[in-house]
Design a protein around this ligand. Structure first.
Ligand SMILES: Cc1cc2nc3c(=O)[nH]c(=O)nc-3n(C[C@H](O)[C@H](O)[C@H](O)COP(=O)(O)OP(=O)(O)OC[C@H]3O[C@@H](n4cnc5c(N)ncnc54)[C@H](O)[C@@H]3O)c2cc1C
Length: 289
C-alpha cells in the first residue's frame, strides 16, 4: 500500500511538536525503524501530516538528577550501549541494547519509539519495567506544554496500543537509581542472538544478597498481549534462597502466569517451554552474583 502524506514537519522543540500534534491527524516519526515497515505493509499510523521529532535535541541523552535517572525519548539504542550514566546506574539497559537488532538499526531506533510501538516483544521495555520506570507524556494544553506521568507497567493496553493519546508525545522515561546491590538480567530468545524479534524475553531484577533477591521484579515479553510484570512469580521469588528446588517452584508459578499465543515465530507450547528455560537461566545467573 503506497502512502502519501500531505504535509511534512520537522519540529525542533517539544512546544512545536505538541502544537502540531494538537492539530490532529499527525503521525510521529522518530527513528522510523518500526513506522516505515508498518506503513509500507499496512498503512498503520498514517495521518495526513508526518511529524519528524528527531531534531528535538533536548529529547536525546541520559541524565541523573539526585536519585532519578532520565532517558530522553530520542535516545538511540546505540546511545544506551555507550552512555556512561547507563553503564553506571543500570547496566542491564546496555546489556539489552547489545541484544537489539544490528548496528544500522540501533543507530536509528529510539527508546521512545520502542515504547510507543507498544509491541509485546519490544526489548527495551522489559528492563525498564524491571526498573519500575515511568514515562512522561507531553501535550499542548491552553497555550503551553503540559505533562503527565504514567507508570510503564500501566502504559500498555494491547498489541500496538497504549494509554498515550494521539495528541501526546512521549518525551522521556525515568526511574529511581537502583539500590546498592541491585542486579538486573535480561534474556531473549530468537533463532539468532540479536537482529531478531524476541520469541520470548525475560527481565529479572532485585537486590541480591546471600543467594536470594529482595524487591524482586520479573517481567516477560511476547507471552501476553502486552509486556507483563509477573507479580505472583515476584512474590514466589521474594527472599527465597535460589537453590535448585526453589527455582523449580518459581518456574511453576511463572508457567501459571504467562499466556502465550502461537504465531509465525513460535507455538504457545514452545513459548511456555522457553519461559521455563530462560527464567531458570536468569535466576541461576542471579544466584551466582
Ligand atoms: C531489522 C529490524 C530489527 C529489529 N530488531 C529489534 C529488536 O531486536 N528488538 C526490538 O525491540 N525491536 C526491534 N526492531 C523494531 C524497532 O527497531 C524498535 O521498536 C525501535 O526502538 C523503534 O524506534 P524508532 O525510533 O525507530 O520508532 P519509529 O518507527 O519512529 O516509531 C514507532 C512508533 O512509535 C511512535 N513514536 C515514536 N516516537 C514517539 C514519541 N517520542 N512520542 C510519540 N510517539 C512516538 C511512531 O508514531 C510509531 O507509531 C527491529 C526493527 C527492524 C526493522
Amino acid at each position: 500500500m503506497m502512502i502519501e502524506y500531505e504535509e511534512y514537519l520537522a519540529a525542533t522543540s517539544v512546544a512545536e511538536a505538541t502544537q502540531a500534534l494538537a492539530n490532529g491527524n499527525v503521525t510521529v516519526v522518530a527513528g522510523g525503524t518500526d513506522l516505515m515497515v508498518q506503513t509500507a505493509a499496512s498503512g498503520r499510523g498514517v495521518g495526513t501530516t508526518l511529524l519528524n521529532v528527531r531534531r528535538i535535541a533536548d529529547l536525546r541523552g541520559v541524565t541523573v538528577d539526585g536519585g532519578r535517572v532520565t532517558i530522553g525519548a530520542l535516545t538511540t539504542i546505540t546511545d544506551m550501549l555507550t552512555d556512561g550514566v547507563v553503564a553506571d546506574t543500570a547496566p542491564v539497559l546496555a546489556e539489552t541494547a547489545d541484544r537489539f537488532a544490528s548496528n544500522q538499526i540501533r543507530n536509528m531506533a529510539t527508546v521512545g519509539g520502542n515504547i510507543c510501538n507498544a509491541s509485546p516483544a519490544g526489548d527495551m521495555i522489559i528492563p525498564l519495567m524491571v526498573l519500575d520506570a515511568d514515562v512522561e507524556l507531553s501535550s499542548w494544553v491552553d497555550g503551553a506544554v503540559a505533562t503527565r506521568t504514567v507508570a510503564l507497567n500501566e502504559f500498555f493496553t494491547g498489541p500496538g496500543k497504549s494509554v498515550k493519546t494521539a495528541n501526546e508525545l512521549l518525551t522521556s522515561v525515568s526511574f529511581n537509581r537502583p539500590a546498592e546491590g541491585f542486579v538486573g538480567q535480561f534474556g531473549k530468545t530468537g533463532p539468532r542472538p540479536a537482529l531478531e524479534i524476541s520469541m520470548v524475553s525475560v527481565g529479572v531484577g532485585g537486590v541480591a544478597s546471600n543467594g536470594s533477591l529482595t524487591n524482586a521484579r520479573v517481567v516477560y515479553g511476547a507471552v501476553a498481549p502486552t509486556p507483563i510484570r509477573a507479580s505472583k512469580t515476584e512474590a514466589a521469588l521474594e527472599g527465597t534462597s535460589l537453590d535448585d528446588a526453589s527455582i523449580q517452584s518459581v518456574l511453576d508459578v511463572a508457567d501459571s502466569e504467562v499466556n502465550p499465543i502461537s504465531d509465525v515465530r513460535a507455538s504457545d507450547w514452545y513459548r511456555r517451554h522457553l519461559v521455563r528455560v530462560m527464567t531458570q537461566e536468569v535466576l541461576e545467573s542471579v544466584a551466582n552474583v
